[in-house]
Design a protein around this ligand. Structure first.
Ligand code: MSP
Length: 485
């Protein structure tokens, strides 16, 4: 029987600075889901990338006094190194500056919009926030007339642009959302989208003058204009799969996406503009958009001024990538905003990793070593009939609802069960008077431990490997938490 396909994407990141905790969060979340789907046998494709043809990037390069090409190349390299340090198992890293892989798809979509009669020329007179890379209206601003997100006044623009007839698709999108053919999770975000659709969508500017974004994708037939950042960026989800290119096998195979993971700040782009573009281009819509919360620090948005910015690389260097992954997955609910401080991190690191899982692994495998327990015939496939059955079922249920924090909870329930099993059965004592029973208990614990390692693979891939190989050797790992001594 053919496996299911599973296609998941993250937003493509602006390469105008080094990766921050928000980036670490969304790629870890997506990676955990991708690894889970591989674990259950789905043919999985996981896409990440960078959003490069933007004024923001041009400005950052100018400030650093480097050509945008060199500037982005260096940042992209640092993103790739960061993803690799965090065990992000992406299948492709798409760059929107890639003229061979991305541009043909973006151009093909533009041509389809033109063919549908949905692109027209007009004059845009209004506001633009470079921080958001988005057009703004007065009501989007705070009382001082600043963008609330970036604290700066938007630029005043008057320019000739091509417009997209977004308004035409309001009703169709509403119907698809109501029927469930296009899903938006969680419910609060779905309601937010419905409210937006109630107001009615306005046509939007879909190109910018070439003089503003000198290295964007030229509008077919009008080299003075470049395709507007979002029209260009959103198409990455299909250009990366080969849409618009001769080799479009992956597009045919994996599209539509199962999930686009996004932050709430880019809901309108993904849940209104993108589906409208796909409807206009006569292409299938993604099955779902999943909107996660923000990572805050001490209840506040991370900012240099507040001095509460947490550098993800520092956590990887000090505690290991799996510890950071653990925090982001278990201590933050993907459905709401989450909080992270170094203090809280250390607390859960000590309680649940060093003294929790780490201690348990060490206790069980020390007994195996000390008492010469034969674990070679222990069933090690992780899905045998077990007392952990309930936890395993909860784990799968949680993943189906994308509640990765709850999936992690069920692994830790299994860990708690094992701790109490040792406490109640006391194999370290019974070894004196009933060696057989002690050996049986320890073998049972090793089976459960293997199960824990299997379930941990999507969440903490390195830890999972360390535990499995320690069981295979029948020896406790040199050190689990901390990784280095
Ligand atoms: N380039 C656009 C996305 C285009 S997708 C076709 C963009 N890039 S971004 O680099 O600014 O942000 C990428 C994602 O990171 C967004 O989904 C944003 O919500 C998310 N995060 C940024 N800061 C965050 C936190 N502090 N916490 C969680 N995610 C946050 O937007």
């Amino acid at each position: 029987m053919a496996n299911n396909t599973f296609y998941i994407t993250t937003p493509i990141f602006y390469p105008n600075g080094k990766p921050h905790m928000g980036h670490a969060y969304v790629v870890t979340l997506a990676d955990t889901l991708a690894r889970y789907h591989r674990l259950i046998g789905d043919e999985t494709y996981f896409l990440v990338g960078t959003d490069e043809n933007t004024e923001k990037v041009v400005q950052a390069a100018k400030k650093a006094d480097i050509q945008p090409e060199t500037f982005t190349k260096e940042i992209v390299q640092s993103f790739k190194e960061f993803f690799s340090a965090l065990y992000i198992s992406y299948n492709q890293f798409i760059r929107t500056s890639d003229t061979e892989r991305h541009w043909p798809g973006a151009i093909a979509v533009w041509e389809r919009l033109v063919k549908a009669g949905d692109i027209y020329k007009g004059t845009y007179e209004g506001l633009y926030c470079v921080g958001c890379e988005a057009f703004k209206t007065e009501k989007d601003l705070d009382e001082k007339g600043n963008c609330p997100e970036h604290g700066e006044p938007p630029q005043k623009l008057k320019e000739e642009n091509y417009f997209f007839k977004l308004s035409k698709y309001t009703k169709d999108i509403r119907k698809l959302v109501e029927e469930g053919a296009f899903q938006v999770f969680p419910e609060t975000r779905r309601n937010e989208l419905l409210a937006l659709l109630d107001e009615g969508l306005q046509d939007i500017s879909f190109s910018r003058p070439k003089k503003t974004i000198p290295w964007g994708i030229p509008v077919p037939g009008d080299p003075e204009q470049v395709i507007y950042v979002w029209c260009d960026a959103l198409t990455n989800y299909i250009s990366a799969l080969g849409f618009g290119r001769e080799d479009d096998h992956n597009f045919k195979h994996f599209w539509p996406a199962n999930y686009h993971l996004i932050g709430k700040d880019i809901l309108r782009f993904h849940a209104a503009i993108w589906p409208a573009m796909l409807l206009s281009a006569k292409l299938p819509l993604p099955t779902a958009v999943f909107v996660h919360g923000l990572i805050l620090s001490g209840g506040k948005k991370m900012s240099k001024t507040l001095g509460n910015v947490l550098d993800p690389q520092k956590f990887i260097d000090e505690y290991g990538a799996d510890a950071l992954r653990y925090y982001l997955i278990r201590e933050v609910s993907p459905l709401e905003d989450g909080d992270m401080t170094e203090e809280k991190f250390k607390e859960v690191y000590n309680a649940n990793l060093a003294n929790g899982l780490g201690n348990l692994v060490s206790r069980i495998l020390t007994m195996v070593e000390q008492y010469g327990v034969d674990i070679t015939d222990v069933m090690l496939d992780g899905d045998d009939e077990t007392l952990g059955g309930e936890e395993v079922a909860d784990y799968h249920k949680a993943f189906e609802c994308l509640e990765v924090n709850k999936a992690a909870d069920s692994v830790w329930s299994l860990i708690a069960f094992m701790d109490s099993y040792i406490q109640e059965e006391e194999p370290f004592k019974t070894i004196e008077e009933d060696e057989d029973k002690a050996h049986q208990d320890i073998r049972f614990l090793v089976e459960r431990l293997w199960e824990v390692a299997v379930l941990l693979e999507p969440l903490m891939p390195e830890t999972s490997e360390i535990i499995k190989s320690a069981i295979k050797r029948g020896e406790k790992p040199e050190t689990l938490f901390p990784r280095k001594q």
